[in-house]
Design a protein around this ligand. Structure first.
Ligand code: ZN
Length: 79
């Protein structure tokens, strides 16, 4: 069995509750073309989110996951 399958099986309802109950940190991102860039405050990785739909792109906030440390953030792009 691949290791990832085992990891997934180990993440139970308890983990999901923890994520739901903890407030997600917010970071400020910058729009560039149809991508939004933000720097992870946890590990300093620069992340890029690509949007194909303008509707989602022009929202002022969206959820994002850091590609390196897998932390969840609310990315704000005011204005
Ligand atoms: Zn990170």
């Amino acid at each position: 069995m691949p290791r990832s399958t085992l990891l997934c099986a180990g993440i139970t309802r308890k983990t999901r509750l923890m994520i739901k109950n903890s407030a997600k940190p917010t970071v400020t991102g910058t729009r560039s073309g149809y991508t939004i860039r933000f720097t992870c405050p946890n590990c300093a990785k620069e992340n890029t989110i690509v949007y194909n739909m303008p509707k989602a792109f022009y929202k002022e906030s969206r959820d994002a996951v850091c590609g390196k440390c897998r932390r969840h953030f609310t990315v704000l792009t005011p204005g």
